[in-house]
Write a protein that binds this ligand. Structure first.
Ligand code: K1U
Ligand code: ZN
Length: 172
């Protein structure tokens, strides 16, 4: 089932999400719903706070090539265990800040440890778009949005646009 995505500004997008203690059927269903919501948007990642659930769960699939097999990843309690000194700048977007994009600089490679949907602990190194996306999603779990990397003027301008968008959507 697709779930509605919260649009910035929303206090739930600024809160720290709680660690997941156990993998219940409800949590596995939430992960499935998040993948469905992400693919439908369309997007390459989604964090549980974006659907109003303040728990440490993210999903991602950064395979973009036409005809390539999808690679959906479900990460409970993801943690960056190492980050490269080398940096990478990518023009990021966010499903909670529609149609706004800005360059964000982050470590180019990160090692991430997480619990998968079967309860197994996994660890893997990510580079390229995967590294950018997994860091963007973990930021969501810490109440941080990509616009928090921008200067106050640009951030304010985007926030004002989102307030206007939400007002227009509420009227429609
Ligand atoms: O967390 C989110 O809001 C999802 C976001 C993830 C992200 C995008 C770009 C850089 C870092 C993280 C998105 O998926 S925005 C949509 C998007 O980037 C996209 C949509 C369709 C095809 C390819 C990309
Ligand atoms: Zn986002």
């Amino acid at each position: 089932m697709k779930r509605p995505i919260l649009i910035h500004p929303d206090p739930r997008l600024k809160k720290m999400a709680a660690p997941v203690a156990d993998l219940s059927d409800a949590r596995r269903e939430l992960a499935r719903d998040m993948l469905e919501t992400m693919y439908a948007a369309p997007g390459i990642g989604l964090a549980a706070p974006q659907v109003g659930v303040l728990e440490r769960l993210i999903v991602l699939d950064c395979v973009k090539e036409e005809g390539a097999a999808p690679r959906p990843l479900v990460m409970f309690n993801p943690e960056v265990t190492a980050a490269s000194d080398k940096l990478n700048t990518y023009e990021e977007g966010c499903l909670s800040i529609p149609e706004q994009y800005a360059d964000v600089t982050r470590p180019a490679e990160v090692q991430v440890r997480w619990i998968d949907q079967t309860g197994a602990e996994r660890e893997e190194e990510f580079g390229g778009l995967w590294a950018t996306c997994v860091q963007h999603e973990i930021d969501h779990l810490n109440g941080k949005l990509f616009i928090d990397y921008l200067g106050p003027m640009k951030r304010q301008m985007i926030t004002r646009k989102m307030v206007k968008l939400k007002r227009e959507k509420a009227k429609a």
